[in-house]
Each structure stands twice: as structure tokens, then as C-alpha cells.
Ligand binder design. Structure first.
Ligand SMILES: [Ca+2]
Length: 208
């Protein structure tokens, strides 16, 4: 049994209006880079995925014998001392293990305008991990991750939306270091004016 203490690594969610702009004072053109409004991360050192995900295959302590019909997940150390989550299919057709989230878990004070999904496959037994991303109107297949690597996916809603649906669905892989960052939607006019203000060094009011 793993540590009973639930330690969330979920980081704070802040309102979109409180996002500070970081001005990069490098060579022209100047860049305006906003901190993400919402950050979620899980290194699977705790059981937080069992409560943070809105749907998941059963979490088991070890691989059962005989195998169950449905897929299952196991917290396991793929790399010594570093716990990851193992995806294991069952015996039924299409029974890959599933882990699904709806981000943000806590409101971030605005609609989703973009973001990033990242995770590592830290070990694989010839396995695969299908990645689905949805923006409110069903999920969309994005990729099948096959090998040990760091994976990064751009979250770009076709329109601003309230939540992003992320489904990981696989067999024979160990996944670690899940991280999702979200940015609030900003209308083009506000975004342009923020940039103009930075360029001019002005703090208030549009030009007359
Ligand atoms: Ca880990």
C-alpha cells in the first residue's frame, strides 16, 4: 500500500485578469509571454490520479492471474525509486486501460484559449498509448505514442471552451510526469492593445 497521505501537486489556479505579462527585453521584435492561467502536474508519487481523473480503469496492486476482461492501471516503479502509472489491457477486445481528465479541475476564471499537454513514457513493453483531446464537442484522436520519450501536444481549441478533455488509452506502457497548462482566451483587440502598451511603455487607456 502506498502512502495514505494525499498530497496534491495541483498548483494554484488564478483568474485570467491576474495573469502577469513577462516582457522579454531581447532583440526586436519584442515578445510578450503570459504565465499560464492554470497548471496541473502529477508525477504519480501519490494516488492523486484516482481522484483527479473523472474516469479511469481500475487501479490494481499487481497484474492479476488470470488477466481480467477489462484493462487496468497499476502504480509501479518503472525506473527505480520513481513511481509511474502502468497501462495494461485486459483480455477483451478493445480493453486497453484508460485514464481520463477534464481540465481545469478548478475554475481558472475564464474560458480556455490554448495550452499544452505533456507527459513521459518512461518504459514500454512494445506498448502503445493513444492520446485523445476534446474541446467540448466529443474527443478527437490526436496521436499514438509508442516509444520511451517526452511527448508534447499543443492544446488549441477551435473556439474558446470551458474545459479540455484528455484521454490516455493504452497497453504495455508506463506513463509519468503528466502536466497540463492552460491559457485563458483573450479577444484579439485586448491582446493587441496589451502588446501595444508594452511596446509604448504605457500603462493606461487606449490612444485618443
Ligand atoms: Ca514519477
Amino acid at each position: 500500500m502506498y502512502g495514505a497521505r494525499y498530497e496534491t501537486r495541483r498548483q494554484h489556479a488564478v483568474g485570467c485578469t491576474g495573469v502577469a505579462a513577462v516582457v522579454v527585453l531581447a532583440a526586436a521584435p519584442m515578445l510578450v509571454q503570459a504565465d499560464p492561467a492554470y497548471v496541473y502536474s502529477d508525477d504519480f508519487s501519490t494516488d492523486q490520479a484516482t481522484v483527479d481523473s473523472y474516469a479511469h480503469s481500475a487501479f490494481l496492486e499487481e497484474v492479476p492471474d488470470p488477466l481480467p476482461h477489462g484493462g487496468f492501471l497499476i502504480y509501479e516503479e518503472a525506473v527505480q525509486g520513481d513511481r509511474a502509472v502502468r497501462f495494461h489491457a485486459g483480455t477483451s477486445l478493445d480493453s486497453d486501460a484508460r485514464l481520463a481528465y477534464l481540465f481545469p479541475l478548478t475554475p481558472m476564471g475564464g474560458t480556455v484559449g490554448g495550452g499544452m499537454l505533456e507527459f513521459d513514457i518512461v518504459s514500454s513493453l512494445g506498448g502503445h498509448l493513444r492520446v485523445w483531446i476534446g474541446y467540448g464537442a466529443g474527443s478527437e484522436w490526436v496521436d499514438t505514442a509508442l516509444s520511451v520519450d517526452h511527448y508534447v501536444y499543443d492544446l488549441s481549441p477551435p473556439d474558446s471552451c470551458q474545459t479540455v478533455d484528455v484521454l490516455l488509452w493504452g497497453d504495455g506502457v508506463w506513463v509519468d510526469n503528466l502536466r497540463v497548462t492552460l491559457e485563458c482566451a483573450t479577444d484579439v483587440e485586448s491582446r493587441s492593445w496589451a502588446r501595444i502598451k508594452v511596446l509604448l511603455g504605457r500603462e493606461s487607456g487606449p490612444p485618443n
